[in-house]
Design a protein around this ligand. Structure first.
Ligand code: DX5
Ligand code: ZN
Length: 217
């Protein structure tokens, strides 16, 4: 069983409130928000003030995926804006353990994301400090990219490691997931599946999200 986290990245960004409402359907408990800074990744999306306004409109969990080069500056802003989960990239900090403590001190759940080429061993000594491991199945920066299948054995390995350590760390997978591959992603051991363009480029985002949530329940 897994849960679906629709990503608003591929929605009409001039109408985020509308997109949020569209995918607030049965089976959806978490909304994935892709924060891009124009440094770690080329595009810029939106920042903590947008998250603040989305927070006023929903009780769903807000899952902020920070693709930013300076997480230490952004973490307090997103915590204050009402994020429930703050995920940073391992590639963006020399002080990952310190950043995780910082997120926890601010009352949020802490995630670490790994690019497709970043090994799981980077997390070996801090796994018990992490609430969520986000394994990227595309290179971060854009919606609508093709799924990179080599993430699947990575998910299997991560699941084995978490279970062997007796931890409750969640595994999230993000990028290129659609109705054709979502079961495979869940079967590998994923707890939270992020889906962007397969939802928002479909004719009816709400019913696609509800169908995908049901498939993986
Ligand atoms: C990519 C983002 C993803 C993206 C997923 O950098 O982290 O969350 O929105 O979108 P799709 O499902 O279109 O790959
Ligand atoms: Zn994301």
């Amino acid at each position: 069983m897994a849960i679906l986290a629709p990503s608003l990245l591929s929605a009409d960004l001039s109408n985020l409130a509308g997109a949020l409402k569209e995918v607030s359907v049965e089976g959806v408990e978490m909304i994935h928000l892709d924060i891009m800074d124009g440094h770690f990744v080329p595009e810029i999306t939106f920042g903590s003030s947008t998250v603040y306004w989305l927070r006023q409109k929903t009780k769903l969990e807000l899952d902020c995926h920070l693709m930013v080069a300076n997480p230490e500056e952004q973490i307090p802003l997103f915590a204050k804006a009402g994020a429930d989960w703050i995920t940073i990239h391992a590639e963006c900090t020399y002080h990952l353990h310190r950043m995780l403590n910082y997120i926890h001190e601010l009352g949020c759940k802490a995630g670490v994301s790994l690019n497709p080429a970043t090994p799981l061993t980077n997390l070996a000594h801090i796994l018990s400090d992490i609430d969520l491991v986000l394994l990227m199945s595309v290179n971060p920066g854009y919606g609508g990219q093709k799924f990179i299948p080599s993430v699947l054995p990575k998910v299997v390995k991560m699941r084995e490691t978490i279970e062997a350590a007796g931890l409750d760390t969640k595994i999230q997978v993000d990028g290129g997931i659609d109705p054709a591959n979502i079961r495979e992603v869940v079967n590998a051991g994923t707890d939270i599946v992020v889906v962007g363009s397969a939802i928002f480029k479909s004719p009816d985002a709400g019913s696609t999200a509800a169908d995908l949530a049901k498939i993986i329940q």
